[in-house]
Design a binder for this molecule. Structure first.
Ligand code: G3P
Length: 232
């Protein structure tokens, strides 16, 4: 069960995302979770899932799985593999790892059957609407042109986020919407929550930061600030 607001940190394939550095970032996320109570999920490379999941208590997701069943698929990463390694959820259709629509549906259904949380990534409100119909647990709207730029979607394209949330509410309100691309500060996270999302998906702002713990802490505090405000 993933609480919201949630901060999902995708480690991608950065040099900082392997070995000791990977573990340190994951542990920093855990420290912040323990300090603030804000839900944080780490998404290390497949080769690091086992090490990370056995070292921390916060959820560990996979960045991708191949839409194949176990068998003769050399080099494939199956859902069974990441689950066995300790992943409790996965990203599906990240803009850096696009999939066919039929495969997306198969993976969402298979994740549910395996008790794994699915986070379907989409790029536009229209694709988000199509994605909502497939009933993932989370939808992450990420305009690809802002990824890795440090220009936050929550401030540069608020209309895209708002439209996406509205469309999902109409098509399948059970799906939780988060947003990502260019999110690097607590302020960016706060702006995302103001746009009626329940969290963020981000990468470089934390993974490439000089002090990842400090950035994660600032983001978690922005979540607390937002929650306090809505509680009045
Ligand atoms: O999955 C997160 C993502 O694609 C956004 O990347 O580096 O802009 O936070 P970044």
């Amino acid at each position: 069960m993933i609480q919201t607001p949630v901060i999902i940190i995708n480690f991608k394939a950065y040099l900082e995302s392997i070995g000791v550095s990977c573990l340190n970032i994951a542990k920093a996320a855990e420290v912040v979770y323990k300090d603030t109570g804000v839900q944080i999920v780490v998404v290390p490379p497949a080769t690091e899932i086992s090490r990370v999941s056995s070292s921390i208590e916060i959820p560990v997701f996979a960045q991708h799985v191949d839409p194949v069943e176990p068998g003769a698929h050399t080099g494939a990463i199956t859902m069974e593999m990441v689950k066995e390694a300790g992943a409790t959820g996965l990203l599906i259709n990240h803009s850096e790892k696009r999939l066919l629509l039929a495969d997306i549906e198969t993976l969402i259904n298979k994740a549910r059957a395996n008790n794994l949380v699915s986070v379907l990534c989409t790029n536009t409100p229209a694709v988000t609407g199509a994605g909502a119909a497939l009933n993932p647990d989370f939808l992450a709207i990420e305009p690809p042109e802002l990824i890795g730029t440090g220009i936050p979607v929550s401030k540069a394209k608020p209309e895209v986020v708002l439209n996406s949330v509205d469309i999902v509410m109409k098509i399948n309100p059970a799906v939780k919407v988060i947003c990502g691309a260019g999110i690097t500060t607590g302020d960016d996270v706060y702006a995302a929550l103001k746009l009626k999302t329940v969290g963020v998906l981000l990468a470089s702002g934390v993974v490439k930061a000089k002090d990842p713990r400090k950035v994660i802490q600032e983001m978690a505090e922005a979540c607390l600030k937002f929650q306090n405000e809505i509680r009045g």
